[in-house]
Ligand binder design. Sequence first.
Ligand code: SF4
Length: 719
Amino acid sequence: MTEGARVATPPGDRPREAATHCPYCALQCGMVLRETGRRIEVTPRQFPTNRGGLCQKGWTAAELLDHPDRLTTPLLRDRPGGELRPASWDEALDRVAAGLRAVQDRHGPDAVAVFGGGGLTNEKAYALGKFARVALGTRHIDYNGRWCMSSAAAAGLRAFGVDRGLPFPLTDLGRADTLLLVGANPAETMPPLLRHLTDQRERGGRLIVVDPRLTATARHASRHLQPLPGTDLAVANALLHIALTEGWLDRAYVAERTTGFDEVRRTVAGYWPAEVERLSGVPVADLEATARALATVDRAIILTARGAEQHAKGVDTVTAFINLALALGLPGRPGSGYGCLTGQGNGQGGREHGQKADQLPGYRRIDDPAARAHVAGVWGVAPDDLPGPGVPAYALLDSLGTATGPRALLVFGSNPVVSAPRAARVESRLRDLDLLVVADFLLSETAALADVVLPVAQWAEEDGTMTNLEGRVLRRRALREPPPEVRTDLQVLAALAARLKGGAPCYRISHKKGPLLTPEEAFPTDPRAVFEELRKASAGGPADYAGVTWERIDADTGVFWPCPDPDGPDTPRLFADRFPTPDGRARFHAVRHRPAAEPVCAEYPLHFTTGRVLAQYQSGAQTRRVAALRRSAPGGFVELHPDLADQLGVADGDEVRVVSRRGELRAPARLTPAIRPDTVFAPFHWPGAARANSVTNDAVDPVSGMPEFKICAVRVEKA
Ligand code: SF4
């Protein structure tokens, strides 16, 4: 079934159907929704990424459409500490507009901030960025994708000149002779991806997994490297050291297609395998076997994910693996290369079209005068009227309600009270705001703190596009209308823009000439109209969607960007002949290991790391409400090695406290030899006492702004 196999709204009793994609992760599995009466059935459909498979989350996704917790009317809080009460849309929107105006009148345009999400469609991400810069005139917009992919994005940009998670189709994984997965656990996060790994194994390929835990994915592997959290960079440099020593470098590729290798050669010369074994705990024999497995085959792929990225040195860690891939001549060769497994549903598209503090649509830099002029022209404003870059997500949240930070915040598609690092501090910042507005379809933990909650449509109730982990633009299709008192995010933005501008015509199609547009015209509510504008705004940028049309997506299995010409080809594979850098070459960067931001000590002697479980997704605001998923994964837990548990006097199932300098979590202990004895693990999907992010460190990578979720120092006590 192609993308074109679409919604039918037939007469009579026949069911309605929509060929769409799962609302959750970046695999964006193809599915068909079928509505008969009030019953909605989900069935998988053949699509290149999921090949007819769905995980438990996808199978149960429709349960939230008619869930009793669904928000169906706006909610208002009349006074701080008071209860939320139902309100009309007019009352709620008037309150928001008046509150935003009052804050900006008193403190200036940057006193209002916007926080978006990696699950928003391309159209919403684009409209949100435009709304922040044009309707509010604030530089403060960022999104939760900063938690997920920003380090790989920054590393990809500086090495390759472009950030596309996978620069090749996912089906290439099945062709690789060796596949190295670093800090990725797709067996739990995106299970249908394992079909590609099975292909690879059946063709005789090797899978090597680098992870501090013996995860479900590592159990499938032919080799598992189990480094101390925070030492992946040293492992990568040791692998390159071995490849150099053994003469496995692809000299012609390095000479013809790259720059900067000499400095990297000098740097990795100091990464003796025996020393890296002492640092990371990975035996020299495993390092040597891994280097050999990558360097002595025809096709090899290196993939990184959150385990490598969510560190205060995440950009450098990913860079070390890119250096290894470049030295072996992998990027741009069929069945070979480097890629990042993007996490959130639209993590890729969400960072391409203007939600990020430093970016304009098309992956343009907001501090680039030519980019500003182009986008300002599309938006009908003068380039100088566009604000400059804002600050990354954690810095933004941490400044809320302070003397110099924003006093009002609009949140769309995000739940930072559970998902942000050092979450108790973020929660207290949110409480300090003059105005917190949350648009969501459930009362998330963040929405529960809001002054105004705006109920918005769900994925099966609106059309749009998503860009999956391969850079493939897909169609999301509506099955049915939202409930009567529910609006789409685009409608909310249009209504707010109208109120903020008094409804008067105020934008031009071009800032130099042309008729004035009303706010409603400047902020269309039809997603297709927004996409048409996005195509123009992205034209000529690194993520060029100018040639992508909904019809073209429908006619095939999506369209890979860049695609500048409606009549020209799209780009499933990047880097075949050149890299999109000024000289066409990829760029090595020498990187060095450094310790975690918070080393262990006598008081906090253990490493703490976080991750996900199969049956829950991100902050869990949605999946915790699905009965089957709640049964599979009812609550948080703390994974401990039995030897550590012995020392602590903890038995399986005992309630334990995990305490860091920032806070604590309480949850039952789960004893398993799958984790290192010096490390404890907790999933981050639950709020309250089991909130893992009460403990995590808010140190961030200096380049990407990504927080160090994956390692901090803790002690564990029996509760
Ligand atoms: S959560 Fe991810 S892997 Fe699971 S069905 Fe949805 S898109 Fe597929």
